[in-house]
Ligand binder design. Structure first.
Ligand SMILES: [Zn+2]
Length: 286
């Protein structure tokens, strides 16, 4: 499932490439994925590309916004000639020619470039919404969202104040609660707890200020590392083993059960918490 960095990577790429372009056409291959009247969008210019948690918005002229949710397997691929920007759920065929068999919507711009929305399992969607109604729509879709961890005003104190709203919850589960912090999923919850050396099973009310500080650092560091290694261009992608699971190469514990811990001679273990896999080192994380 794409997490915050995967969506942020495509947002940054698109911001650079499509702001100012005009939508020439929208081809809807899977009608259920596209909610709205595509005719309203012809000739509209791109004003802005933004992200909130794991949703991506493209603001257009005439008070229109395209709101994307990539869900489990959504990916967005921008192509202009040989240039390619890729974001979202990683697959082997995302490197190949577009469109492919998982393409559900194609946006064409006035400079000859295209944006492909691909989705193997087809839970993702894109909606046309009046820009002025985005906030209300966000609340409806996602409920109240916590602060964005990459914003400047996200301090360790903000983290602590928000997380402490769930005192009797294991810290890993609380980190993934979108109403406490926006956009942290399974990967970055596990990774940040490893960096902070905190056992994911500990209840929120046992975490000390010193640990909240380390956890805050760990969240920011793991997201930034992923953004750095996620790569926003094809050339970054095909680098080394980047092709497979580009966002997992940097991981310390996520997906590494049974492998040696990077901090000690012990092995990483996997447990299940609230139905999701948690990876950690029982020796390093207390
Ligand atoms: Zn260890």
């Amino acid at each position: 499932m794409p997490e915050l960095p995967e969506v942020e990577i495509i947002r940054r790429g698109l911001e650079e490439k499509i702001v100012g372009l005009e939508i020439k056409n929208i081809e809807v291959i899977r009608p259920k994925t596209f909610q709205g009247d595509r005719k309203n969008l012809w000739g509209k210019k791109v004003l802005n590309v933004w992200r909130r948690a794991k949703m991506l918005g493209i603001d257009l002229t005439s008070d229109l916004t395209l709101l994307f949710h990539l869900k489990m397997t959504g990916q967005l691929i921008f192509e202009k000639g040989k240039e390619k920007i890729i974001g979202g759920h990683p697959t082997e065929d995302m490197l190949g020619p577009m469109p492919n068999k998982s393409t559900v919507v194609i946006f064409s711009f006035d400079d000859g470039s295209h944006l492909y929305f691909n989705d193997q399992r087809q839970f993702g969607w894109v909606k046309v919404i009046p820009t002025s109604r985005i906030e209300a729509e966000e609340k409806k879709l996602l409920g109240e969202l916590g602060p964005e961890p990459l914003e400047k005003d996200f301090t360790w104190q903000v983290l602590k104040d928000n997380i402490l709203k769930r005192k009797k919850t294991p810290i890993k589960v609380a980190l993934m609660d979108q109403s406490l912090i926006a956009g942290i999923g399974n990967i970055y919850a596990s990774e940040s707890l490893f960096l902070a050396r905190v056992d994911p099973r500990r209840l929120v009310n046992t975490i000390t200020d010193g640990e909240f500080k380390k956890l805050h650092q760990g969240i920011v560091e793991s997201l930034q590392t992923s953004l750095k290694h996620g790569g926003s261009t094809l050339s970054n992608f095909v680098d080394a083993e980047g092709k497979k699971g580009y966002f997992l190469n940097f991981a310390n514990v996520y997906g590494k059960e049974g492998q040696a811990c990077r901090g000690c001679p012990d092995k990483v273990v996997k447990i299940t918490q609230a139905g999701r896999g948690t990876y950690f080192c029982p020796f390093c994380q207390k």
